[in-house]
Design a protein around this ligand. Structure first.
Ligand SMILES: Nc1ncnc2c1ncn2[C@@H]1O[C@H](COP(=O)(O)OP(=O)(O)OP(=O)(O)O)[C@@H](O)[C@H]1O
Ligand SMILES: Cc1ncsc1CCO
Ligand SMILES: [Mg+2]
Length: 259
């Protein structure tokens, strides 16, 4: 992670009310600088100053989505990566409308969601309960279909993660099931992917795959330390792992496969 720590990218996060603190701490742990800013009077300026922008619609409101569009367009003008986390897509029609509006007005670099959310964006119904995925479709097939239809990089997360642009595809099998027992691990991951894209503009698929693998190995290490205690300890150990595990150390554990 030395490069990320050296470059210390500024990540403008427009995220949900549940995960704000965890996202900021997780980004600090990997060596990025988080900043949360929501008011439409300032989001364009903050997005212009940032190295990447995260749009997460976990607790959406009309006002914040308007503001996200201002920020997204400012980032687009500068060529800054914009990551969309379509939290709870498919759960309500309001959420679907907000996601569609963002996709219509902002050029998104990468969408990261669980399988249910990505399927819902493609119009498949009944795949999300609250913010959790309820879908059994092959994530590789799903991710490729989404990349082709939405013309952007897609990350589908779950037991295995998939990154694709529709033609180049990589799967990552790192991680631990306990990541699903702590709130906001998917949301923080969106921020981590934003940081990886901020410092690796050339090969975005490879950058995203490395971010996913690193994140997964950090979770494996955290589980090894916290399994006899419980999920609160796991959350702390996970932040510790993100702050102490170097990419060099983590790399030999990556379970990454190019298809
Ligand atoms: N069964 C699993 N085994 C291993 N890792 C998993 C499993 N399920 C999810 N993960 C990992 O958990 C992280 C979050 O992915 P997940 O798909 O749970 O996101 P999410 O549903 O959007 O989460 P949230 O909404 O709670 O933020 C990813 O790093 C993913 O690889
Ligand atoms: C629980 C929850 N509800 C809305 S956003 C969120 C955080 C995880 O996606
Ligand atoms: Mg999520």
């Amino acid at each position: 992670m030395s490069t990320l720590r050296q470059q210390n990218p500024l990540i403008h996060c427009m995220t949900n009310l549940v995960v704000t603190n965890f996202t900021a701490n997780g980004l600090l742990a990997i060596g990025a600088s988080p900043v949360m800013a929501y008011a439409k009077e300032e989001t364009h300026e903050m997005a212009e100053a940032a190295d990447a922008l995260l749009l997460n619609i976990g607790t959406p409101s009309e006002t914040v989505v308007e503001s996200m569009i201002h920020a997204g367009q400012a980032a687009n003008k500068k060529g800054t990566p914009v990551i969309l986390d379509p939290v709870g897509a498919g759960a309500t029609s309001f959420r679907n409308e907000m996601i569609a509006r963002i996709l219509q007005h902002v050029d998104i670099t990468l969408i990261r969601g669980n399988a249910g959310e990505i399927a819902a964006i493609l119009g498949e119904v009944g795949t999300v309960k609250g913010v959790d995925a309820q879908i059994k479709t092959d994530p590789v097939v799903l991710a490729k279909r989404a990349a082709e239809e939405l013309k952007t990089l897609i990350v589908v997360t779950g037991e295995q993660d998939v990154v694709t642009d529709g033609s180049r595809t990589v799967t990552i099998k790192n991680g631990h099931e306990w990541l699903t027992r702590v709130v906001g691990t998917g949301c923080l991951l969106g921020g981590v992917l934003a940081a990886y894209l901020a410092i690796n503009r050339d090969d975005k698929i490879k950058a995203a795959a490395e971010g996913l693998a690193y994140y997964g190995v950090a979770a494996e290490r955290a589980y090894a330390k916290a399994s006899d205690r419980g999920v609160a300890s796991f959350q702390l150990e996970f932040l510790d792992a993100l702050s102490t595990l170097s990419e060099e150390e983590a790399e030999s554990f990556y379970r990454m496969e190019w298809l």
